[in-house]
Ligand binder design. Structure first.
Ligand SMILES: C[S@@+](CC[C@H](N)C(=O)[O-])C[C@H]1O[C@@H](n2cnc3c(N)ncnc32)[C@H](O)[C@@H]1O
Length: 257
């Protein structure tokens, strides 16, 4: 039974370049097993054979393995720290900031970064790179239309300034959309750009094995300028940040030494 999953990992890697062995096994196996059982398959072998024959099954697999939940200003207090402490600190060192939202899902996170930065500079001067492994979420991010629940933590003035209500949905205004460049990127396989002032990578490291996390911390550290900041999710504290050339600057913010 275990070999069934190990074989599946190898075949998926060959087919898609996605390395499931870097994701926590029990959790990933549970998610994928419940999907294939629902579809009437008996094991990972049958599931993979169906993925080979039918693109929709492959898409369902991708949809299940990438957990896409996101929202604007997720964990609002942390974004206050970003605005009140971290950004002023970064701007004291350089006027233009190079910013990356890594594993950006449907776009709420990079658009939130743009809205926070707009307190300090005109939107026309803001440039954010936003990446995700999942092309479907990138398509949705580019459209920029969200249900009300995604905006629960958005401050009222920001909501009025940067969103247009369309029926039951909220559309991010074009000036905000223009600040973000979306690209497909696999954190576990693709090269990283360098010289970032700020990297925001939240609520994805939690799904990875300890080994994969360590590699990523090193790569994020190498991608930051000295004095640059890595902002992680609210369950993703880095133990021993100094091992990666980082130090804690505030809760869930790490400074590149
Ligand atoms: C829970 S969402 C987090 C979204 C956003 N960062 C936030 O905190 O609200 C996790 C995202 O990680 C992406 N992801 C999973 N594995 C990835 C990988 N290897 N490389 C890049 N993105 C990945 C998924 O597609 C998903 O959109």
């Amino acid at each position: 039974m275990n070999n069934d999953y190990q074989d599946f990992i190898k075949k998926v890697y060959k087919k898609t370049g996605i390395d499931l062995s870097c994701y926590k096994e029990a959790q990933m196996k549970r998610r994928l097993t419940s999907l294939y059982e629902k579809k009437g398959f008996k094991n990972f072998q049958q599931f993979f054979d169906a993925m080979e024959m039918d693109q929709t099954v492959l898409n369902e697999f991708l949809d299940r393995m990438t957990i896409n939940v996101s929202e604007f200003y997720r964990n609002g207090k942390r974004w206050e720290v970003l605005k009140n402490k971290i950004i002023p600190q970064l701007l004291a060192k350089s006027k233009r900031l190079k910013v990356w939202s890594a594993a950006c899902s449907t776009g709420e996170e990079p658009y939130t970064i743009a809205m926070v930065l707009s307190h300090f500079m005109p939107l026309s001067q803001i440039k954010i790179l936003a990446t995700d492994i999942d092309e479907n979420v990138i398509k949705r991010a580019k459209i920029g239309i969200y249900p009300e629940r995604s905006l629960a933590e958005v401050p009222e003035d920001i909501k009025r300034k940067f969103f247009t209500k369309e029926g039951l949905f909220y559309k991010v205004n074009d000036e905000v959309k223009r600040t973000v460049t979306f690209k497909k990127h696999n954190l576990l396989a693709d090269p990283f750009e360098s010289n970032f002032d700020l990297i925001v990578c939240r609520n994805v490291l939690i799904y990875f094995t300890e080994d994969a996390k360590e590699i990523l911390y090193k790569k994020f550290s190498a991608a930051l300028k000295p004095g640059g900041i890595l902002f992680v999710g609210s369950t993703e504290q880095i133990f021993n940040p100094h091992l990666y050339g980082l130090k804690s600057e505030d809760t869930f913010f790490y400074l590149k030494i």
